[in-house]
Design a protein around this ligand. Structure first.
Ligand SMILES: [Cu+2]
Length: 645
């Protein structure tokens, strides 16, 4: 190890215990300090991201064994003066920059600081005050602006190359009123985020925007809705002997499961080294599980919404947007929390207390049979839940990874929060691209596409993905009644074959199989990705929105593992023109057979907005499952103890 004043950034108190542990506050400070010292990253710059450079799979064992000491960070920063962005790789052990790469034409992710600074700048701007005054809105303290990113194809020619954003304007009826209940429709500031300056205000008040605000029922706080809360009896979750899991630093063990909890600014929660202990041996299931992108195109071409294409992961970051969880509200029972550390755009660490929630839940009935002789036999399920919550402006995403005693992994996302709405003028019908939710107020249709990055390692890294389909050969000599149902397993050998679509008619699913390992029945071990929550893009291939997120064109993509292939819509979707992630990587059509495969599963919510989603949206729930298929070749839930009535 090279000498260093603060080799692992322990100034925050606790150094990392494992090579996959996220950067500590001290390491974040150290990264920023090195870049200031060696690369002249000064006050006029911003840090878009600072994160652990995760060790590659092939060096991880040596690092874990302590045979090698290496701690690296990767940071993206840019100079606001000229907009030039750089990616730096740093050795924290060596206290030095090891790589410094200019990223021509790239615009790094938006930062929380820019969001706040932009809101302050706009609310203090006389031009916005004038535009609001024309609409009778004079109390600027009740006004909220909300900057969004552009896609390159939609940026006006005169602003090309700028770090440009466009904003909505909202106002609350009162200090605690719903911030997103009153859209100031037809009013959109366009801003240069590097100069933090207003470029122009688009104002269509005299053309087609409403002059008056309708009387909407937009409040949700009990004191403002006027609704008496309905009565619910207390419900307590009690675990007198404590929870059934152990958390040793970031190593989580529960029943037969074992995994490691990671976190970064972009993906939020990351699950590493997920394994199942089977007959005394830890069998790998997944090397790494996370969400790599979320694309939310609004499907309303009217002036208030045509630019609304959020990349909540690539543009903003689930980690940056993670919010603290509260016992009894967000999570019920015997809870263990983990804090997370992210950073601001100056490179200062910021701790998110209670960012990750770990708890054990009753999972309903796991299996049951009632027999005349033996009587009823019922086993209740327990599940381990690891979750985190994200607030991206008006929306909340609640992410739950659940582990079951029968080897199942369930990934559930709940979307809630407040929908985007806008107004239409009196005497004009609602635009056909949304649902009427209140007086002259409609909520545009939109979609939430989530891309889960599933680096499965089923009993080892060398796996093959099979499309598995149900077929009906029809009547024949051996099946005169046309009853037969057979299965067709098709190995996906190349990245072209790995582009897979959901097929209801064949009940298509995908098995990740290790053909090199057999179970006790003599069949290869596998895990099945059971597709649900999948839907087609319903977006024209020529649309600029589709071109930025071609990943949504398929339900599943399969690639060979590469350490640097992480972002399916490209490293920097902010102001992007094309999807430079999965479509570019897979154009090489590499082999994906019997190798270390990564699955990219596209699922989410096709949000046809409802009146009942207003003014707050009760959770919309989607999930997909990873289920053992021949992984055990016997029932791993047989020994779950009987519960007592
Ligand atoms: Cu939605």
């Amino acid at each position: 190890m090279t000498s260093s004043p603060d080799p692992v950034g322990t100034s925050a108190g606790v150094g990392p215990a494992h090579p996959l542990d996220p950067l500590t506050a001290g390491e974040i400070r150290q990264t920023a300090a090195i870049l200031r010292r060696e690369r002249g990253v000064g006050p006029g710059w911003r840090f878009a991201s600072i994160e652990l450079r995760e060790p590659d799979k092939n060096v991880l064992p040596a690092l874990e064994a302590g045979e090698l000491t290496r701690r690296e960070a990767v940071a993206v920063c840019w100079d606001r003066a000229d907009g030039r962005a750089y990616r730096a790789v740093l050795s924290l052990t060596g206290d030095a920059v090891t790589a410094w790469q200019h990223l021509p034409g790239q615009h790094p992710n938006l930062t929380v600081d820019e969001w706040h600074e932009c809101d302050e700048m706009l609310r203090a701007h006389p031009a916005l005050a004038d535009a609001l005054a024309r609409r009778g809105i004079t109390d600027l303290s009740l006004v909220l602006t909300d900057v969004w990113a552009y896609g390159a194809a939609l940026v006006p020619e005169r602003y090309r190359g700028l770090r440009i954003g466009w904003s909505d304007v909202w106002y609350r009826e009162s200090e605690q009123g719903n911030p997103y209940a009153h859209h100031v429709s037809g009013l959109h500031p366009v801003v240069d985020l590097n100069r933090m300056a207003l470029l122009e205000i688009e104002d269509s008040l005299d053309d087609d925007a409403p002059h008056d605000q309708p009387d909407v029922r937009g409040e949700y706080l009990p004191g403002l809705t006027g609704l008496p809360p309905r009565e619910v009896k207390p419900l307590q979750v009690v675990q007198p002997d404590g929870p059934g899991f152990t958390l040793d630093s970031r190593l989580l063990c529960w029943q037969d499961w074992q995994l490691r909890l990671g976190f970064n600014h972009r993906e939020g929660l990351v699950l590493h080294q997920v394994g199942f202990r089977d007959a005394g041996r830890l069998r790998p299931v997944a090397h790494r599980l996370s969400f790599a992108e979320m694309f939310v195109p609004y499907r309303d071409p009217t002036p208030d919404h045509y630019r609304r294409t959020a990349f909540d992961i690539g543009e903003w970051g689930l980690g940056f947007m993670t919010t603290s969880l509260e016992l009894g509200c967000d999570c019920l029972g015997e809870i263990t929390y983990l804090d997370a550390v992210v950073h601001d755009s100056h490179g200062e660490p910021r701790t998110i207390p209670h960012a990750i929630c770990i708890h054990e839940e009753d999972g309903g009935v796991l299996w049951k049979h009632v027999d005349d002789a033996a009587g009823p036999e019922v086993r209740r399920a327990r599940r381990l839940v690891v979750s985190f919550h994200v607030t991206v402006a008006n929306y909340e995403y609640l992410v739950y990874w659940r582990f079951y005693q029968d080897g199942n992994i369930e990934c559930e996302v709940r979307a809630t929060g407040i929908m985007v709405t806008s107004l239409f003028p009196n005497g004009r019908g609602r635009p056909r691209y949304g649902t009427l939710v209140d007086e002259r107020t409609y909520a545009p249709f939109h979609q939430h596409f989530i891309v889960a990055r599933l680096d499965l390692d089923v009993d080892g890294p060398d796996n093959t993905v099979y499309a598995t389909e149900s077929l009906t050969p029809g009547p024949g000599e051996d099946d005169p009644y046309g009853l037969g149902l057979v299965l067709r397993d098709t190995p996906l050998r190349t990245e072209a074959e790995g582009k897979q679509d959901y097929d209801w008619s064949a009940q298509r699913g995908w098995k990740v199989v290790n053909d090199n390992v057999r179970n006790e029945l003599g069949t290869p071990v596998g895990y099945k990705l059971v597709p649900s929550g999948a839907f087609p893009p319903l977006l024209h291939r020529s649309s600029p929105a589709f071109r930025r997120a071609e990943v949504i064109g398929h339900t599943l993509w399969v690639t060979p593992y590469r350490q640097d292939e992480r972002w399916p819509c490209g490293d920097f979707p902010n102001l992007s023109e094309r999807d430079t992630g999965l479509p570019a990587w897979t154009a090489r059509n590499r082999s994906i057979e019997n190798t270390d495969v990564v699955l990219w599963y596209v699922f989410g919510i096709h949000h046809i907005t409802r009146p009942e989603d207003w003014p707050v949206m009760p959770v919309d729930i989607v999930s997909f499952w990873l289920k053992p298929f021949g992984f055990f070749a016997r029932n791993p839930a047989l020994d779950v103890p009987p519960s007592h009535g």
